[in-house]
Design a protein around this ligand. Structure first.
Ligand code: SAH
Length: 233
């Protein structure tokens, strides 16, 4: 069974976008995953196909209507659909590699992209949407966030990444950042590749990488170490 993504958006033209190229694009063509981008406006009922309205209580901006969004969600994800329903939102739980792995192991995802000030709170509650943030900054819409999430998920699907091992050694997979990388030339502007890496001693190389990863994580992301998981498996 392939991973099925349904994205609800006011800008379906943004999909597959970057995901139509490279690894994700090839996997899309091969049927490893599927993507449908649904125009939310098609579920409006008035002549002007209105999807938003002014905020209750006043204030700037517009809010996406619960009734229109509910119709769109129920259409793409009727009862019995096992896929998680996500709402891209700066107020959501920050996305991490563990959640990405879970999503990749599942049947797919229904992803709602917000615009304007966001969506009516009652929709989030009534459809039990999981709010997901891609970081502490504000985008103009959920579409780039959905592309980011799907990119992270799709590369983990079976057969998408050529070298599966590289995925397991990467940053965040063991609650630590990855070690630095080097490649030819041996000397670049007076800087050498660390000697151990060209020694051919695989045990020493593995030790060096582990130590570098730990050093980097302690310096840049001590919060990762606070999870209590051991640095070394
Ligand atoms: N007024 C809102 C921001 C709205 S931004 C607030 O202050 O919380 C418009 C839309 O962009 C949001 O509904 C959401 O779908 C998307 N978005 C913005 N920043 C995001 C982020 N960091 N992660 C995920 N989605 C985001």
């Amino acid at each position: 069974m392939s991973f099925a993504a349904s994205v609800l958006t006011l800008y379906p033209e943004m999909f597959p976008g970057a995901l139509g190229l490279s690894l994700a694009g090839r996997a899309l063509e091969a049927g490893t995953w599927s993507l449908e981008a649904i125009q939310i406006r098609d579920f409006a009922t008035d002549r002007h196909r209105t999807v938003d309205d002014t905020p209750a209580g006043g204030g700037a901006g517009m809010v996406m209507r619960a009734d229109v969004l509910a119709r769109a969600i129920d259409h793409v994800s009727p009862q019995g659909d096992e896929r998680p329903r996500l709402l891209m939102s700066p107020r959501g739980k920050p996305l991490n590699q563990a959640r990405v792995r879970e999503l990749a192991a599942g049947p797919g995802a229904v992803i709602l992209c917000g615009r304007f000030e966001g969506v009516d709170q009652r929709l989030i509650e009534a459809r039990a949407l999981e709010e997901v943030s891609i970081g502490d900054f504000i985008l103009s819409g959920g579409e780039p966030a959905a592309l980011v999430l799907l990119d992270a998920v799709v590369r983990l699907l079976p057969g998408v990444m050529g070298n599966a091992v590289s995925g397991e050694e990467e940053s965040f997979e063991n609650d630590r950042l990855e070690h630095p990388h080097y490649t030819r030339p041996q000397e670049f502007e007076g800087r050498q590749i660390p000697e151990v890496l060209t020694s051919g001693n695989h045990k020493k190389i593995a030790e060096w990488r582990r130590a570098e990863a730990e050093k980097l994580t302690r310096k840049r992301r001590p919060d990762l170490l606070a999870t209590g998981h051991p640095l070394v498996k």
